[in-house]
Design a protein around this ligand. Sequence first.
Ligand code: CTP
Length: 444
Amino acid sequence: MIKVITYGTFDLFHEGHYRLLQRAKALGDYLIVGVTTESFDKARGKLGVIDSLMTRIENVKKTGFADEIIIEESVGQKFSDIKKYNIDIFTVGSDWIGKFDYINDYCKVVYLERTKNISSTMLREQKRHIQRIGIIGTGRIANRFVVEARSVSGVNVQSVYNPHPNSAAKFSEKWDINPYSDLEEFYKDVDVIYIASPHETHYEYIKTSLEHGKHVLCEKPMVLKKSEAEEVFAYAKEKDLILMEGIKTAYCPGFHRLLGVAHSGKIGSIRNVEACFTKLEDPKHRELIDTNYGGSFLELGSYVMLPIFKLFGEEYEDLRFDTIKSENGIDIFTKASFKFSTGLATATCGLGVKSEGRLLISGTKGYIIVTAPWWKTTYFEVHYENPGEVEKYSETFLGDGLRYEINDFLMQLTNRGVNDFKLTRSESIAMSSAMEYFLKDQRG
Ligand code: CTP
């Protein structure tokens, strides 16, 4: 019996896939098809996949060509599958010519002619049609956003808005996009908005953007009052528009895996979470000068509260802030202590005090430790009572990580609401509420 194996994502199953499987089956007597997992695709930078793993498997099954379907979840798996299943022929489409020649040492490699003029990428783009992004604000994060957006398919950073024409012009020249200092004109040129302006301006920009029928991705902290968060989410819903808070950690694959492990029961019931993020900031930067909206909690609080709300939920019984302030009254180090009915948590952040930026999750059976920078989760360990018993997990994190957030925003536009679970509205509202409480507490 001749055994054949082939692999693919098989997203938005199309004729090219069908013809490939048909010819793969004809190469032998028994065909095994490997379908990639979501996390494997993400790890290799294929971010826009629309169909779930189950749908993709179902579609392969429906063709009737596969005698067996397996999942492909890591680099190097092909080699072990070939040995494990005693494969005679490995086959893929001709877009891969030369890439799998090394497999010739173990079995025969056949590159099948790729079907012309069709691909999942093409179908995804048709389904989505390119979204033109307009950025409000021209600060450091806006610069990083442009770079990251270029690695996501289905978007084009089209324009930038800054009320100061000089700033808009400088930014537009650097990135070769359209500059605007007239908001009405800016809205005419774009489909979706990314807000990266100073924190206190977010609320008004969100409302105006929604009013103009634009979907909004807003930098953290989205707004600084609970009532404002509730209002803008309700308004977005009413207008049938997507409003998403951009806390990049919430969307990165490693952080997701971490939440999965933490919730799996491995470390028992979660009883304590300590999240810390410090970044020594240049004293000349806005964060350490703006006495109204600068400071470490407004800047970094969203990151450190994220794992806490994700692990304990949003209903805390008590919240207390302890801060160290600089001479101008700005908090350069803040500890937010939360008390939940099932445990305790501290969210620590600093712009003028350096500490180990780690995330520690303690449970009744063990603990999880993620060293800095845990907010770009790539690696974490699970420890138990026996110090010798340690489980290690690693996950890819590409570029600056904003690409995951941008991609999820696009996914939400295409499949309304599907990915909302990564950062829910109620979690965003709870963050705004904590920000509001912090500002009240600090201002007496
Ligand atoms: N394939 C093909 N002809 C096409 C498209 C894909 O023969 N027009 C083959 C690929 O070469 C591969 C298999 O189908 O062997 C699965 O490919 P996959 O990457 O899932 O499909 P693509 O359409 O190439 O996906 P994408 O655009 O996301 O890269």
